[in-house]
Design a protein around this ligand. Sequence first.
Ligand SMILES: Nc1ncnc2c1ncn2[C@@H]1O[C@H](COP(=O)(O)OP(=O)(O)O)[C@@H](O)[C@H]1O
Ligand SMILES: N[C@@H](CCC(=O)OP(=O)(O)O)C(=O)O
Length: 253
Amino acid sequence: MKKRVLIKIGSNTLTKETNQISRGKIEDIGRQIALLKEEYEFILVSSGAIATAKQFVKLEHNGQEIDVKQALAAIGQPRLMHIFQESFRELGLFTSQCLFSYSDLENEKARVNIENTINVLLANDVIPIINENDTVATDEIKFGDNDKLAALTAAFLKVDLLLIATNTDGIYTKESLDGKLPETIKEVASITELGKEVSSVKSSHGTGGMQSKIEAASIAKKAGIETWIVNGLKDNFIVDSFRDQIHFTKIKA
Ligand SMILES: Nc1ncnc2c1ncn2[C@@H]1O[C@H](COP(=O)(O)OP(=O)(O)O)[C@@H](O)[C@H]1O
Ligand SMILES: N[C@@H](CCC(=O)OP(=O)(O)O)C(=O)O
């Protein structure tokens, strides 16, 4: 039986910290999935709808209004999916879009529908690409950069591993954070201890910072799932983390 892995990809990873969605990064992710697909079953939670829209349109706003972000997400999401679809197709991979919010997971009927849909997709080798449905929910664009959605979905779909791709080599020790040589915390068993290492800093496109990733890991841990926080900016980050060839943080189940 294949191991089920949920990968959360933030806007910073998808844009490689620029103002453009990086087709190269999407291809990098697709190439790795194609390489590993006989052994693993992948589910993606991808942000990046707002970042994609910003490439194409300028809406009247001061950059902070939630309704403008929702509109940007509505504009960017189909374009983002188009890029995934084109890049993955070339690698022989089929993609699909699943939009929901974590409050949908609290509704029994919606839960069953989400589970049924995703199970049929996976059984047919179609990769589910999940994002928050930002037209009807604003939870994640307000607070949590899809980290919570990814963790609750990971728990709900009983995945074997939650991999959160971000723009650092995992979680750094607080004392090394200001220096030139940040030091990755490699393995953690206690979430409480980890909370002390986090600063409130967030990156250019990010919304939740490292705190929301720790909260996500805590949700996963309660469900018996290990979380890895990996540098998605690096080429080959999925394969290299599986082979333990890069520094990243493992939060034990
Ligand atoms: N202890 C820490 N180790 C690493 N990064 C940290 C830490 N504390 C805060 N951060 C910040 O969290 C950021 C990652 O979160 P975020 O900006 O929301 O990215 P993403 O778009 O990947 O969700 C890092 O770029 C860093 O600035
Ligand atoms: N649903 C939104 C998520 C926005 C967001 O800030 O997420 P992230 O890039 O993970 O910090 C989008 O796709 O743009």
